[in-house]
Design a protein around this ligand. Structure first.
Ligand code: ADP
Ligand code: ADP
Ligand code: MG
Length: 454
């Protein structure tokens, strides 16, 4: 492997480019018209335009990306996250074109990408499941109603990014919830298949980072807590999971490794769970077969470079012994900074960055592709930067994050940075007295704070 094509944009494209260069590999960029001057493009060893701004005409076009790979002489493709990262046909197409796909086999992507099937595979590997079942059609749903204990969550089998889910409180609303979830999933993912799970009212989101190589090693790089969410989407992530009972942590880590073994996993992946605060039980929800947005917190406490490991594993190397023998030190927190007017319904707010001052100092890492004058196009995800901090313990990390957020200045577009300051200084967050619904109940309080007037 000498030349790696990066089939992505934004901060993750730059993140992958950095790992390639540190490994002595050439990094090849693809870009849409509007990303022509992006930082990962100017730093790339070669670059290729794959179409206009809209994702369906560029970053979601496997043919255009494969043509770019041929034109630039790539021998591997790193898909990043989002876009084609969990598209099994794309993984197959890369392999057929003689390219190394930096990720697991298309078969593992397929199995885990269908979340209903993933439940079955996970159950067979001994991973604890939340009660639930497939739904073949409305008649099948009606047959199952007597067995369902409400509330239930209708979930799109092809879902991701928190979309295609409906909470149903009562049996009489089940059909409507099912149909709404199905319609939304059909539109977003091209598949209307929906399954149900018991809805856990007071939950923490716990997930495990796994790595597996071609030599039989399957390891975990600890867990992450991503409980701070809005509409099932993560805003703040941290590691380790504060005050999680040791037995639950051990159960999460060992069943994540078992699942990775069970699907012959290769590379970096994440097994996601919810931890029911009322019953004290841990339940599997899904596996993401890619690098995740929040991978840096695991890197901070382990010293591992997870993207480097992904690439090394893909070319056949064993996991670096330094990573296998890692110890996890201190506490890390990440805040996702989005270009959104969060006080007015989290409306994405593209525009030109007229000013940008990034935080620095001890224990602070910023993952962003932006510089002063950068344009944030309207076509893509609104996440523009990630602030990551590392400190000896959670309280010091929390204070360090507040200090870093205070240093951050973004001019030209509204961001969620001030929302993160409210979250990080909230006593509920400080004492970890939160569940996945917590932020949605707090946001109204934040929006009416007197400081808003300023
Ligand atoms: P999930 O929310 O699916 O569990 P992550 O937290 O890792 O997983 O987030 C992945 C999400 O990031 C995608 O669903 C997508 O909305 C978003 N995304 C995809 N590509 C990009 C990108 N290039 N830059 C920023 N965000 C992206
Ligand atoms: P996605 O593929 O969109 O990332 P997930 O299955 O990972 O979907 O779920 C995303 C979030 O939705 C979880 O972090 C959690 O907050 C919530 N969630 C998912 N399943 C359940 C459930 N059975 N009960 C309660 N909350 C759930
Ligand atoms: Mg998920």
């Amino acid at each position: 492997m000498k030349r790696v094509l990066i089939a992505n944009r934004g901060e993750i494209a730059l993140r992958i480019l950095r790992a390639c260069h540190e490994l002595g590999l050439e990094a090849l960029a693809v870009y849409s018209d509007v990303d022509r001057n992006a930082r990962h493009v100017t730093l790339a060893d070669a670059s290729f335009c794959i179409g206009p701004g809209p994702v369906t005409k560029s970053y979601l076009q496997p043919g255009a990306i494969l043509a770019a790979a041929t034109a630039m002489g790539a021998d591997a493709v790193h898909p990043g996250y989002g876009f084609l990262a969990e598209n099994a046909e794309f993984a197959d197409a890369c392999t057929e074109a003689g390219l190394i796909f930096v990720g697991p086999s298309a078969e593992a992507i397929r199995q885990m990408g269908d979340k209903a099937q993933a439940r079955r595979v996970a159950g067979a590997a001994g991973v604890p499941l939340v009660p639930g079942a497939d739904i073949a059609d409305i008649a099948d749903l009606e047959r199952q109603l007597p067995e369902m204990s409400f509330p239930v969550l209708m979930k799109a089998a092809a879902g991701g990014g928190g979309r295609g889910m409906r909470i149903v409180e009562r049996a009489e609303d089940a059909t409507q919830g099912y149909m709404e979830a199905s319609r939304e999933a059909e539109a977003a993912f091209g598949s209307g298949v929906v399954y149900w799970e018991r809805y856990v009212r007071r939950a923490r989101h716990i997930e495990v980072q796994v790595l597996a190589d071609r030599h039989g090693a399957v390891i975990d790089v600890g867990e992450r807590d991503c409980t701070v969410q809005r509409r099932h989407q993560k805003l703040v992530e941290e590691t380790p999971a504060h005050d999680l009972p040791d037995a639950i942590r051990e159960q999460a880590l060992s069943s994540a490794r078992a699942l990775a073994k069970g699907v012959d996993y290769l590379g970096a992946g994440t097994v996601e769970y919810i931890y029911d605060l009322d019953t004290g039980l841990l339940h599997f929800i899904e596996m993401n077969t890619r690098i995740q947005v929040e991978h840096p917190v695991s890197e901070m406490v382990s010293g591992a470079d997870l993207v480097r490991e992904q690439i090394r594993i893909a070319r056949g190397d064993p996991i670096d012994p330094m990573v296998v023998n890692r110890t996890l030190n201190g506490h890390a927190i990440e805040c996702r900074i989005n270009a959104e007017a969060w006080r007015s319904g989290f409306v994405p707010s593209p525009g030109v960055l007229s000013g940008l001052v990034l935080p620095g100092g001890p224990g602070v890492r910023v993952d962003t592709h932006l510089t002063v004058g950068s344009e944030i196009p309207p076509f893509y995800d609104s996440m523009i930067a990630k602030i990551i901090v590392h400190a000896p313990d959670r309280e010091q990390a929390r204070l360090r994050m507040l200090r870093a957020l205070n240093e951050l200045q973004v001019e030209g577009v509204p961001t969620t940075a001030d929302l993160h300051e409210l979250i990080l200084s909230d006593p509920d967050f400080a004492s970890m007295n939160i569940s996945t619904k917590w932020l949605e109940t707090r946001i109204d309080d934040y929006q009416v704070r007197p400081s808003d007037a300023a």
